[in-house]
Write a protein that binds this ligand. Structure first.
Ligand code: PMP
Length: 364
């Protein structure tokens, strides 16, 4: 018997995580490149200072003020009449979705998604002893609705995890797919639409939030990590039927959202307009980057997110390394031969374009 006595299926597994390297141009984990203003920082500092007076006490276990603030925000971005009773939050949307699988997955239960997709999903399943089944997306990375319905029929999953836009491809889900899948699942299963990148969706792409009043088995997950420029805050949340929240309450750890997190997130919400203020610029930069990559003769997946998946390269690792050698860190992820670049500032994207031009010349 080797030490420590870890669960056998976890032995030798590398922990998930992109390399955290100190390089000048960081375009690898889909962060917002713009930090908060001085006014926002002052407000956060004052709010945390005030909240810290009660640090000897446990936080509000129900984070009621924060749930109200998040409901009000969502009602400005596709939500219809959402209240605090519809909102749940945790330390990042990863934790929100893990809690969903703790409550709705488990031994003898199944969760599904469609590859290529977010690589943490199978880990939530593994960590909750939920059976994991991955179907496939179409060649263009869009969801094949007939194949999805077929997999639902075959597996009768308790949870379907579908990001919109999808990571790492950027592909958004069409609205009718969401309704059709919710109906196919019925009361036996939840459809979790993971809108971590929802605010970056292109004009005319609706949010799944609009469909919450029609489907009680629909859950929409969001995060403050991306468009909201709050990756360091660790605040993810979801909107759903209150009965779903009651199930999550059973598995959540007591006081999981610290006093400091709640105060910071509330202060950030007061500055929502400013923090989200760069979304349009990032969308424009994304569309320009996609156009530029295509002009270079590369394939690029259509993106509704703040990143672009491009390729294909015979040796993608060499391209990734060549960019890193020039101070530009992107992500080696997705299907073989593809790479993903997050959208940064105009200067950062110029550095990326210059570096990629050099690397491609070197490899030609
Ligand atoms: N969903 C998707 C599709 C993601 O790409 C990410 C982050 N990379 C997350 C959820 C989790 O983000 P967070 O825990 O920061 O909210």
């Amino acid at each position: 018997m080797s030490f420590p006595p870890i669960r056998p299926e976890l032995a030798g597994i590398e922990p998930y995580g992109a390399p955290q390297l100190d390089v000048p141009v960081q375009l690898n984990v889909n962060e917002n490149p713009y930090g908060p203003s001085e006014a926002c920082l002052d407000d956060i500092a004052a709010a945390v200072c005030e909240a810290a007076r009660d640090l000897n006490r446990y936080p509000d276990r129900e984070f009621s003020a924060l749930r109200e603030g998040l409901a009000a925000y969502l009602n400005t971005d596709g939500g219809v009449g959402l209240t605090a009773d519809n909102i749940w939050a945790a330390n990042g949307s990863n934790e929100v979705m893990l809690q969903l699988l703790q409550a709705f997955g488990g031994p003898g239960r199944t969760a599904i998604s469609f590859a290529p997709t977010y690589s943490m999903y199978p880990e939530y399943a593994r960590d909750t002893h939920t059976t994991w089944v991955a179907g496939k997306r179409r060649e263009d990375f869009a969801l094949d609705i007939d194949a999805a319905l077929g997999l639902i029929e075959a597996e009768r999953p308790h949870v379907v995890l579908l990001p919109s836009p999808n990571n790492p491809t950027g592909t958004a889900l069409p609205h009718d797919a969401i309704s059709v899948l919710c109906e196919a699942l019925g009361d036996e299963g939840l459809l979790v639409v993971d809108e971590a990148y929802g605010e970056f969706r292109r004009e005319g792409t609706p949010s799944a939030l609009e469909l919450l009043p029609t489907h009680r088995n629909l859950v929409v997950s969001r995060t403050m990590s991306k468009a909201f420029a709050g990756a360091g805050l660790r605040l993810g949340y979801l909107a759903a039927d209150p009965a779903i929240l009651d199930a999550i309450r059973v598995v959540r750890l007591p006081y999981h959202l610290s006093t400091v997190t709640q105060a910071t997130a509330l202060a950030a919400l007061r500055h929502a307009d400013e923090l989200l203020g760069k979304v349009d610029e990032l969308r424009k930069e994304r569309d320009e980057t996609v156009g530029w990559l295509r002009e270079k003769g590369l394939q690029v997946a259509d993106s509704d997110a703040n990143f672009a998946l491009f390729g294909t390269f015979a040796d993608r690792h060499a391209v990734w390394q060549g960019l890193l050698d020039r101070g530009v860190l992107i992500r080696e992820t997705g299907p073989d031969g593809w790479l993903r670049v997050s959208i940064g500032t105009a200067d950062e994207m110029n550095a990326f374009k210059n570096a990629l031009t050099e690397v491609m010349k070197e490899q030609a």
